[in-house]
Design a protein around this ligand. Structure first.
Ligand code: UD1
Ligand code: MG
Length: 488
């Protein structure tokens, strides 16, 4: 049954139901030129694996269950990382080339009319561009459509040889020629194969067995199918994109860094267009998975990583690094704050130099100040820990005040224990709270105490030794010391 068109269903129902489109993503290669232990498609740019960028774009065109990732080198590792995105996987046990990769899909693709082929190492492709290949391919009734581009430096890419009709180049393609097989005249061709294609499934698999390994790498090149289809009188068409940077592939570490910069620049531009102020955007590091609300200000040298989300009207000051952290509206994060896997509610103030470790929940209008570290700790509304404190495995009640230098001793060498501090409690400076322990609502703890037992509500807990004052003691002491020195 076709899915209704709603914001919750971004898939193009026309493409899903009639004709049926699948997407195959080539991702089995090793990536020899990266000189890495990690498979190429798991290298990250803008905080996500290369393949994950491609899957995200593909998921706006078809449902994840219609996406087939072809994996091979370190297949288990790739599968583990990408499986949460809901795609299917097909294994290519030996990597005998891009054509061989598609041969593995024959059965899985039998249920579809067309397949869009994307490359796991071409991560900048925008959904609009993929959709334009699909629409052009179906509108023109092509057997194969090739997305092409004219980048400033075509070296290394396969080149497009177009058919000339009456001396004019047409959009029909004669062949794709790989870099190492170019004739001297073909070296001047500036139009490259992006590695993104649409195929009529039946036409493709009727001929895929004709691919040969007669090339410098002895592999089955998918690109050879263009010439085979064309010779059989089928439509093989080139669709040139004006956005050459979208089709850039990653084969080397330099390309990895270059594409990372392009993606991050695209991200900051998008955020600014949506009402976020970013000063010195070239200095900030914002991952692809980050969202930021309007009227939030991001200062220079901020890093927002992973799936971090920031609400509206926040101020994120310089040198703060937030990873997988949720920040509500109207929060101020002062300089040098480090946060990971935490959440901060509306109107809270954090830092400077605070560290929120995993599982920190900072309530509305709460304050976490300089040199305060929290871990698996919840501060309720309006609670404050402003200076030099460690709060681990703790629950801090509403409007409680934690004095400077307070430490929760949460670890006994084997297990972790909880500290509970009631609403409006006041913890004096330099207190150690030996968990498990509870300080009641409205209770006071005197400065420099070591609390090892529960303190009832509205009571005082104090372990401070008696203060001794001896008037004139220092004068006598100095006199004695000086007399002893003169004797020597
Ligand atoms: C390929 C194209 C080239 C095009 C370029 C665009 C071929 C023969 N050449 O070259 O015309 O200009 O992409 O970026 O297709 N892969 C597999 N199984 C394999 C081999 C590769 O899944 O057996 C995957 C790789 O993981 C990669 C993609 O296919 O994601 C492309 O392979 P790669 O070796 O990078 O091909 P290129 O040399 O870039
Ligand atoms: Mg490549």
């Amino acid at each position: 049954m076709p899915l209704p068109c709603s914001p919750l269903n971004p898939y193009n129902t026309r493409a899903m139901s009639n004709p049926r489109f699948a997407i195959a993503i080539l991702a089995a290669g090793k990536g020899t030129r990266l000189k890495s232990k990690l498979p190429k498609v798991l290298h990250r740019i803008a905080g996500r694996p290369l393949l994950s960028h491609v899957v995200h774009a593909a998921s706006t065109i078809v449902a994840p269950s219609d996406i087939f990732c072809i994996i091979g080198h370190e297949a288990d590792r790739v599968r583990a990382e990408i499986a949460p995105l809901g795609t299917e996987f097909i294994e290519q046990r030996e990597q005998n080339g891009t054509g061989h990769a598609l041969m593995q899909c024959r059965e899985a693709l039998a249920a579809y009319d067309h397949v869009l082929v994307l490359s796991g190492d071409v991560p900048l492709m925008r959904p609009e561009t993929i959709a334009s290949v699909r629409d052009f391919h179906t509108a023109r009734g092509a057997a194969m459509t090739i997305l092409t581009a004219e980048p400033p430096d075509p070296f290394g890419y396969g080149r497009i040889v177009r058919r000339t009709v009456h001396g004019v180049s047409s959009d029909q393609v004669e062949a794709i020629v790989e870099q190492k097989q170019l004739t001297p005249e073909q070296e001047d061709i500036g139009e490259i194969n992006s590695g993104i294609y649409a195929f009529d499934v039946r036409e493709l698999f009727a001929r895929i067995d004709q691919l040969s390994t007669d090339n410098p790498h002895g592999e089955f090149y998918l690109t050879q199918i263009a010439g085979i289809l064309q010779r059989d009188g089928k439509h093989v068409l080139a669709l040139r994109t004006p956005n050459a940077s979208e089709v850039l592939g990653v084969n080397t570490r330099r390309e990895l860094a270059h594409l990372d910069s392009i993606l991050r620049e695209r991200k900051t531009r998008e955020l600014m267009d949506n009402g976020v102020t970013i000063f010195k955007p070239e200095t900030v590091l914002i991952d692809a998975g980050v969202s930021i609300g309007a009227d939030t200000v991001i200062e220079p040298f901020v890093q927002l990583l992973g799936e971090t989300s920031i609400g509206e009207d926040c101020l994120i000051r310089s040198y703060s690094v937030l990873t997988n952290t949720q920040v509500a509206d109207g929060v101020r994060v002062n300089q040098g704050t480090i946060a990971e896997e935490s959440c901060v509610e509306r109107g809270a103030i954090i830092g400077p130099y605070a560290r929120l470790r995993q599982g920190s929940e900072i309530g509305p209008e709460a304050h976490v100040g300089n040199f305060v570290e929290t871990k698996k700790t919840k501060l309720a509304r309006g609670a404050k820990a402003n200076h030099l404190t460690y709060l681990g495995d703790a629950e801090i009640g509403e409007r409680a005040n934690i004095g400077a230098g307070t430490i929760t001793c949460n670890y006994d060498g084997v297990n972790k224990h909880k500290t509970i501090i009631g609403a409006r409690a006041f913890i004096g400076s330099d207190t150690t709270l030996v968990a498990p322990v509870r300080v009641g609502d409205g209770a006071y703890v005197g400065a420099a105490s070591c609390i090892t037992k529960d303190i009832p509500d509205d009571s005082l807990g104090l372990t401070r030794p008696q203060l001794v004052i001896r008037e004139g003691w220092a004068l006598e002491k100095r006199a004695k010391l000086e007399a002893a020195k003169e004797k020597k």
